[in-house]
Design a protein around this ligand. Structure first.
Ligand SMILES: Cc1cc2nc3c(=O)[nH]c(=O)nc-3n(C[C@H](O)[C@H](O)[C@H](O)COP(=O)(O)OP(=O)(O)OC[C@H]3O[C@@H](n4cnc5c(N)ncnc54)[C@H](O)[C@@H]3O)c2cc1C
Length: 438
């Protein structure tokens, strides 16, 4: 196939989360005409400040983001270089270096979500490296806010918006998160999010405040050692307190705890998040799980407001369920996870790159686009399923039989199998080699 036989496509991406924006940046670069439809009124940092918490962007996604043009200084993050394990009564049991730069050739960055969003928006708006292999002229991205998609026709490639208007495209990408409307169009009610009775309480604390507390000085005293500190109530239970920086000046404290007391609030509001949670409630929940006074104080006495996110997951969806007709899924829409291993955004970014890779090998005809979707899903599903399973293992959410059989997660092993990823092409070569050697 010659380059000139390739057609620029009209593509709709539903959802301007980090997965959708990464896909938009990649597909624009490939010369396609992309429309991103986002239900929020403006970018996340402005419209949903409670969702603007810190994220770990690990080497497996950092490689891909750097190749796309993301600038490390613009993220104003902190490099993750150390990990600490502590007991609920605040005894330090392990301090382990974490150096993906050395082991996997790319750093792991702890960043604020809105910083990466802003950086992806900059790339989407700029002409950096666009039109790598299409004949249809410059790739474009039209980002439309306040554009909630209500329904999708996967055969026609049409979406209907809340205002009653409709739009059509050659391909519709569902990057619309755990309650995906595109997934519903593909599967009906076939994959509903699952609840695990877990809530992540999130608070923001300044580095200066942490330096003043004896119990957290270890996490800030050496500027060369920054990373995640875990206080686990019990390694085989999902409950934990996690402290990590997302900029030189600020940290998040995330407490993963039972959500029971909020059941009726969630049922009434139909929302998955809470804002301005009283510190008193978080204090009671931490005490119930046996966390020591210093940890309770750390999580509740900082003057910042506390919000909370109900955690949901999706089952392992077979690759045939990732696409249908003119629609395909990526990110949380097809594999939402709890944050126990910090991979949700990372694998959404991997999906976006892989989708771009297979689409750039297609000539744009219906037949070759269908093949590209099949190849994309076939490559992604086994890796994503392994990460979903490991995540349940790390969160203590496997069945009792599975727990007895597999034990707790080996984090080094998980790192080796996950962080070395360098994109779809290399993954495909690796898979082919494995198949040949069997
Ligand atoms: C407390 C917490 C901590 C986390 N920490 C990490 C971490 O450290 N590292 C990590 O990798 N992951 C982490 N995650 C997981 C991560 O946030 C998600 O996996 C990731 O945001 C998924 O990205 P996405 O683009 O697929 O979906 P989303 O971020 O959910 O984006 C979906 C977008 O689609 C829009 N949308 C939805 N429906 C429609 C519609 N009908 N029409 C138009 N627009 C629509 C939404 O408004 C949203 O903008 C964490 C999650 C939580 C809750």
């Amino acid at each position: 196939m010659t380059k000139t036989s390739k057609k620029a496509l009209d593509i709709i991406i539903v959802g301007a989360g980090l997965g959708g924006l990464t896909a938009a940046a990649y597909l624009k670069k490939a010369g396609h005409r992309v429309t991103v439809l986002e239900r929020s009124a403006s970018s996340l940092g402005q419209s949903e400040p409670t969702a603007d918490f810190g994220l770990s962007i690990v080497a497996n996604a950092v490689h891909l983001l750097f190749a796309l043009g993301v600038s490390e200084p613009n993220l104003n993050g902190v490099e993750f270089t150390q990990m600490w394990d502590l007991t609920p009564d605040n005894q330090l049991t392990a301090s382990v270096p974490f150096n993906t730069r050395k082991m996997f050739g790319a750093p792991t960055l702890l960043i604020r979500r809105s910083r990466l969003e802003k950086e992806l928006l900059r790339i989407v708006d700029s002409d950096e490296g666009s039109t790598e292999d299409r004949t249809g002229g410059q790739g474009t991205v039209d980002l439309v806010w306040n554009a909630k998609v209500e329904s999708v026709d996967v055969d026609d490639g049409t979406v209907v918006l809340r205002d009653g208007t409709s739009r059509s495209a050659d391909l519709i990408i569902g990057a619309d998160g755990v309650n995906s409307v595109v997934r519903k169009a593909i599967l009906g009610e076939g994959a509903q999010p699952q609840l695990h009775g877990l809530l992540a309480y999130v608070a923001h604390v300044s580095t200066a405040h942490l330096a003043s507390l004896p119990q957290t000085r270890f996490a800030v005293e050496d500027a060369g050692k920054r990373g995640l500190a875990f206080w686990m109530s019990n390694p085989s239970a999902p409950y934990r307190v996690v402290l990590y920086p997302y900029s030189p000046e600020a940290f998040n404290i995330i407490c993963i705890l039972p959500d029971e007391r909020w059941a009726s609030t969630f049922a009434a509001s139909k929302r998955a998040s809470l804002s301005d949670v009283p510190a008193k409630i978080l204090k009671e929940e931490l005490e119930k799980q046996g966390f020591a006074e210093e940890i309770v104080q750390l999580a509740t006495e900082h003057g910042s407001s506390i919000c909370a996110w109900r955690l949901r997951t999706l089952r392992q969806m077979p690759c045939q369920e990732w696409h249908k007709g003119k629609a395909v899924l990526l990110g949380d829409a097809v594999h939402a996870l709890t944050p126990h291993l910090g991979q949700g955004v990372n694998i959404a970014i991997e999906d976006a790159e892989a989708l771009h890779y297979f689409m750039s090998r297609s000539d744009g005809s219906t037949k070759s686009l269908k093949l590209a979707m099949e190849q994309y899903a076939a490559l992604r599903a086994p890796r994503v399923h392994r990460i979903q399973w490991r995540n349940l293992q790390a969160a203590g959410l496997l069945s009792e039989d599975e727990k007895a059989k597999h034990g707790p997660i080996d984090r080094q092993e998980f790192g080796k199998e996950t962080y070395a990823y360098q994109g779809a092409e290399k993954e495909l070569l690796k898979r082919n080699k494995e198949e040949i050697s069997v």
